[in-house]
Design a protein around this ligand. Structure first.
Ligand code: UDP
Ligand code: MG
Length: 305
C-alpha cells in the first residue's frame, strides 16, 4: 500500500521545513510506502529550489513547478494528476491540516470507506472567516444539487478509484471542494479542530476566497437562473393583474392622472431587475466561454520527480 500526499505551495519558504519535518515523521511512523507530490504554484521566493533541495533527504518527493501562479485549485488538480498512491490526501503546507490525522483516516479506509472526510469541529481562524465559511457552506448546499459536506475542506483521504473519477472531470473552473465531492462513494467522516496557520502569512486573501465561493455557486448550481425566471414570472403575473385592474377601473371609478413618481419607481425597478438578470445570464455565458476555450488548467515549467 502506498500513500500519496498532495500539497500546493505558493511562496511558502517559511513553512516548508516545519511541514516536512512533521509530515515525514508521521508518514515514517505509519510504516507504509509514500510519496509527497509538491506543486509549486508559481512562487517567487525560492520555494521550488528549497523543495528540490529537500529531495536529497526525502527521495519520496515529487516536485512540480508551474510557469506562473494558477491558484490553489489548479495546483491541487495537477497534484492529483501526478499522484500514484492507493490513497491520496491533499494537504496544505501550513499545518492547518494536521498530519497526525492520517492514521485514523487510513484506519477508516481499511474498514472499506473510499473517502474519509476530515471535518472541522471548530476553527481557530478569526470570527470573520468562520462566519463567512459557515454562510458559504449553507448557501451552496441550498443551491447546488451535489452534496458538498459542510466544513470539510480539501483535506480528505481518497481511494485511488475516487481520484480516477475526479481526474475525469475536465472542467476549467476548478472548484475543488465540489469536484472532490462529486464522485460520491462510501464516505466516513472524522472530526478535528482546525488550528491556525503555523508559519508565514495566509496566501489566499479574501478576494481570492470570495471569487472561489462565487465560482463554486455558479459552477455547481443553476439556481441563480431559476431565481431570475421565478422573479420574472412573479412580476409578469402581478403586472398582468394590475393591467386588468387599470383597464377596467374607468368603468367603475374616477381616474386620477397623478402617478408620476410611482411610474418612475416602477420603471427604475424593472430596469434594475433587467440589468441584474442580464448580468447573471452573462456570468453563465462567460463560464461557457471559458470552458469552450478549452485552455489547459495549468502549465508546468519544471518537474523533478
Ligand atoms: N496556495 C497555492 N496557490 C495560491 C494560494 C495558496 O498553492 O494561489 C496554497 C498555499 O501555499 C497553501 C494552501 O494553498 O499550501 C492554502 O493556503 P492558505 O493557508 O493561504 O489558505 P487558507 O488556509 O486560508 O485556505
Ligand atoms: Mg491555511
Amino acid at each position: 500500500m502506498k500513500i500519496s500526499i498532495v500539497t500546493p505551495f505558493f511562496n511558502e519558504s517559511e513553512s516548508i521545513q516545519f511541514y516536512f519535518e512533521r509530515l515525514v515523521s508521521v508518514l515514517e511512523s505509519l510504516g507504509h510506502a509514500y510519496e509527497i507530490v509538491c506543486v509549486d504554484d508559481g512562487s517567487e521566493d525560492g520555494t521550488f529550489e528549497i523543495l528540490v533541495s529537500y529531495k536529497v533527504r526525502f527521495p519520496q518527493l515529487k516536485c512540480i513547478k508551474f510557469s506562473r501562479n494558477f491558484g490553489k485549485e489548479a495546483a491541487l488538480t495537477c497534484g492529483l494528476h501526478h499522484a500514484t498512491g492507493d490513497v491520496v490526501i491533499p494537504m496544505d503546507c501550513d499545518l492547518q491540516d494536521p498530519p497526525e490525522l492520517l492514521e485514523s483516516m487510513i484506519e477508516e479506509w481499511k474498514k472499506g470507506f473510499m473517502v474519509v472526510n476530515a471535518k472541522r469541529s471548530d476553527r481557530d481562524e478569526g470570527l470573520m472567516k468562520s462566519v463567512s465559511a459557515r454562510f458559504f457552506y449553507k448557501l451552496i448546499n441550498k443551491l447546488s444539487d451535489s452534496n458538498i459536506p459542510e466544513n470539510v475542506g480539501d483535506f480528505r483521504l481518497m481511494d485511488k478509484r475516487v481520484v480516477q473519477a475526479v481526474n475525469q472531470l475536465k472542467e476549467k473552473t476548478r472548484f475543488m471542494k465540489g469536484i472532490l465531492s462529486w464522485p460520491g462513494f462510501k464516505t466516513a467522516t472524522i472530526t478535528y479542530s482546525r488550528p491556525s496557520r503555523m508559519h508565514g502569512k495566509p496566501k489566499q486573501n479574501y478576494l481570492k476566497l470570495f471569487a472561489l465561493a462565487f465560482d463554486g455557486i455558479v459552477s455547481f448550481s443553476d439556481m441563480p437562473l431559476k431565481v431570475i425566471v421565478g422573479t420574472g414570472f412573479a412580476i409578469t403575473f402581478f403586472s398582468f393583474l394590475y393591467l386588468i385592474f387599470i383597464v377596467l377601473r374607468p368603468f367603475f371609478m374616477e381616474i386620477d392622472v397623478a402617478g408620476y413618481s410611482s411610474t418612475i419607481a416602477i420603471i427604475l425597478f424593472l430596469g434594475g431587475m433587467n440589468m441584474l438578470s442580464i448580468g447573471v445570464v452573462g456570468i453563465f455565458i462567460s463560464k461557457i466561454f471559458n470552458e469552450s476555450k478549452n485552455r489547459p488548467i495549468y502549465v508546468v515549467e519544471t518537474e523533478v520527480i
